[in-house]
Design a protein around this ligand. Structure first.
Ligand SMILES: Nc1ncnc2c1ncn2[C@@H]1O[C@H](COP(=O)(O)OP(=O)(O)O)[C@@H](O)[C@H]1O
Ligand SMILES: [Mg+2]
Length: 206
């Protein structure tokens, strides 16, 4: 089962994934944690290029860079893991391309979605958690973390558009999306997510 985690910067994606991975691991269930862009040696190299604040990257070039990383990740990591019935927890997946490059930068939604599906061999998430937080809180958490990357340096308007984009995706793909209120305490978020994964897994059993 492929579970993806989406949301604007510092929404709490990594924090939630860590809690869930620990939980599944403790119960002896096969679990694999990965992230985008990255997750493979090629992907990590592309990630460094992608997030470098000194670089100017055209929006369509962003889509292609991300999908190059994604194609490698699906081929080498995600598809093999899914074949062995491992629960894959992926920190961002192709919805991020639509939220950032379409809603944030203005590229056509359907074209970006299609490029993404080609890159993933049409593998889509079984379950997607959107951790939703206000942009002001995101800014505050990024500042506290220190050192903003290329996307974190974008203005508030950009991040509002990305947040709106994610919420639109959650409506469009309501069957696989669960929206979590990221202002809740970590434990509450982990408990809610755990329950949804459990439900989804039981529903998928033969
Ligand atoms: N539910 C939460 N409540 C308060 N702070 C949180 C919560 N989840 C995460 N944080 C904090 O917010 C910051 C960003 O979290 P992180 O998981 O790294 O976000 P992301 O991976 O989405 O960028 C970290 O300092 C983390 O400790
Ligand atoms: Mg993170």
């Amino acid at each position: 089962m492929l579970v993806t985690f989406e949301g604007i910067e510092a929404a709490g994606k990594s924090t939630l994934i860590e809690a869930l991975a620990q939980d599944l691991g403790t119960r002896g269930e096969p679990v694999l944690v990965t992230r985008e862009p990255g997750g493979t040696p090629l992907g990590d190299a592309l990630r460094a290029i992608f997030l470098d604040p000194s670089r100017r990257v055209d929006p369509m070039a962003e889509v292609m860079l991300l999908n190059a990383s994604r194609a490698q990740l699906v081929a080498d990591v995600i598809a093999p893991a899914l074949r062995t019935r491992t629960t894959v927890l992926c920190d961002r997946f192709f919805d991020a391309s639509v939220a950032y490059q379409s809603f944030g930068r203005g590229l056509d939604v359907e074209s970006v979605l299609e490029v993404c599906l080609v890159a993933t061999q049409r593998i889509a998430p079984d379950l997607t958690f959107l951790i939703d937080i206000p942009v002001a809180l995101s800014r505050e958490r990024v500042r506290a973390r220190g050192g903003a990357d290329r996307l974190e340096r974008e203005n508030g308007q950009f991040h509002e558009q990305v947040r709106t984009g994610y919420l639109a995706l959650a409506e469009r793909f309501a069957k696989r999306y669960v929206v979590l209120d990221g202002t809740l305490p970590r434990e509450a978020l982990a408990a809610a997510a755990r329950e949804h994964i459990e439900q989804r897994r039981n529903a998928a059993l033969p």
